[in-house]
Write a new protein. Structure first.
Length: 165
């Protein structure tokens, strides 16, 4: 669900420095001193910017076991700056489509083999033209195999992505 931008968020994002801080925190947690050295700003300036971002609810302090205080994006900040694209839906759809088209490439060959077993090759059915040259069959076989392989890769990607979470 997309996040609604309120006054506090708009104010927090009104300066380039805070925008850069958010971009950095979207990659990994940082301390104020790390951000200070990365952005070439004084530590007090960075601390003031972090305070504004924290009041807006975009970032939060993350206490660690040592003396350092790390800043990370909140769930609100992640929804704004790390939008969730439903890539799994796209991958699943494309994989299923490739699988269906791949099997479709094989089905005419199987039905053609069944027909040739029962019907003489020299007599085409009414309104039917036969285009079963070996080159055409090989091309369909290759296309079908490639599409099924793409589908298997897509399904494997989804399984690996799901198990990593």
């Amino acid at each position: 669900m997309p996040e609604i931008m309120d006054k506090a968020i708009l104010k927090a994002l009104s300066t380039d420095t805070r925008q850069e801080i958010i971009k950095r925190l979207a990659k990994r947690p940082y301390t104020a001193s790390e951000l200070s050295s990365l952005l070439n700003k004084h530590i007090t300036t960075i601390t003031e910017h972090l305070s504004v971002l924290e009041k807006s609810g975009l970032i939060k302090k993350k206490e660690s076991t040592n003396k350092w205080v790390y800043y990370t994006l909140t769930s609100k900040g992640e929804r704004i700056f790390k939008p969730t694209y439903y890539s799994w839906v796209i991958v699943l759809s494309v994989s299923l489509l490739c699988l269906l088209i791949g099997f479709q490439q094989f089905s005419p060959m199987f039905s053609a083999q069944a027909e040739t077993a029962s019907i003489d090759k020299s007599e085409p059915l009414l309104g039917e033209t036969r285009n079963t040259t070996p080159e055409a069959e090989n091309t369909k076989l290759i296309i079908g195999t490639v599409l099924i392989a793409v589908a298997i890769i897509g399904f494997s990607y989804l399984v690996i992505k799901k198990t990593k979470k």
